[in-house]
Write a protein that binds this ligand. Structure first.
Ligand code: ATP
Length: 219
């Protein structure tokens, strides 16, 4: 019975730095999908963007500070323990190995990341290990390119219940209740300009950034 199987989520990202858009989405995703836990996984070396100016270890520490004691959310450092580019397919294969064949495993990504999915390493194989849930993000409602349609159209389901019938292989677009137009790029720009980032990220994260003097200078 699908209801008795564990439901595990993964939200990967650069988290450069983690902000309330990530964290509120994570809490709402946990709730909407009735997840047992959601692994938030910082990428060591994101394959499709330049090297972040703050180290992976520092980004992980900020993520840990941001999550604090939030029930159901985990700061997972597994990609930091691997060398080379952080491919999600490797991370999902590893998670699948841990949770067993029947657990429902969900990879969640925002719509902006989804638009680039066809360029990811072995995108088709993601579905061998997990479902894909795409979270709407303010400012992004572009039509799907043909390459992406081809990848996901036949996998689409229309509800969480339908998704959870099987361990992996489905695609569900999901609009969470709180859409937040916050991005890490915006936060970095404000920090570089010496402007306030209050209420864009958790206080503990702001404090750590200030104390360690992070994001002050452009590379
Ligand atoms: P940047 O501005 O540096 O590109 P970002 O704010 O998009 O960063 P990432 O770490 O790249 O943050 O995002 C990790 C994941 O979280 C991605 O799948 C992204 O789409 C999603 N995400 C980021 N911000 C939000 C938000 N405000 N609402 C919903 N999803 C988000």
């Amino acid at each position: 019975m699908s209801q008795t199987e564990q439901r595990i989520g993964m939200l990967g990202g650069t988290f450069d730095p983690v902000h309330l858009g990530h964290l509120r989405s994570a809490v709402e995703l946990h709730e909407a999908l009735s997840l047992d836990r959601l692994h938030m996984i910082p990428a060591q070396q994101p394959p499709l963007r330049g090297r972040p100016q703050v180290s992976a270890k520092q980004r992980l520490a900020l993520l840990e500070a941001g999550i604090g004691a939030t029930p159901g959310l985990i700061a997972d450092d597994r990609e930091l323990r691997r060398d080379g580019p952080s491919y999600s397919v490797d991370t999902l294969a590893e998670l699948r190995g841990e949770v067993g064949e029947q657990a429902r495993l969900v990879m969640a990504i925002g719509f902006d990341a989804f638009l680039r999915l066809a360029q990811w390493h072995q995108p088709e194989r993601l579905f061998e290990f997990a479902h894909l849930v795409v979270i709407a993000r303010p400012g992004y409602d572009d039509p799907l390119p043909a390459s992406l349609m081809e990848l996901v159209a036949h996998r689409r389901v229309d509800s969480v219940d339908a998704l959870m019938q099987r361990p992996c292989g489905g695609y569900l677009p999901l609009e969470l209740p709180s859409l937040m137009a916050i991005s890490a790029t915006y936060i970095r720009e404000r920090l570089e300009a010496g402007k306030s980032v209050r209420y864009l990220l958790p206080e503990a994260v702001e404090l750590a950034i200030t104390q360690d003097g992070l994001y002050r200078q452009r590379e």
